[in-house]
Design a protein around this ligand. Sequence first.
Ligand code: SF4
Length: 77
Amino acid sequence: MKKYKVIIDRRKCIACAICVSLVPDVFSLATDGQIQSNGFIEKNGLLVGEIEESQLLAVQQAAQACTESVIKIEAVK
Ligand code: SF4
């Protein structure tokens, strides 16, 4: 099954939780109030992880709904 890389700039996340409400099985809010995702790794303010193809549509909708446009999705080759 094809996988997709998700890159989130946590430094620009305003903790509105729109993404959490749209894709609660992928996104949640950490104790600092900003976005987190199980299995994702944070480095230099960027949260990076992979999602399955079955999660792509929902995560794309969350990325589009994010008012700060901090959620990016790339196909994994
Ligand atoms: S929708 Fe965007 S700004 Fe809002 S919590 Fe999610 S990543 Fe942060």
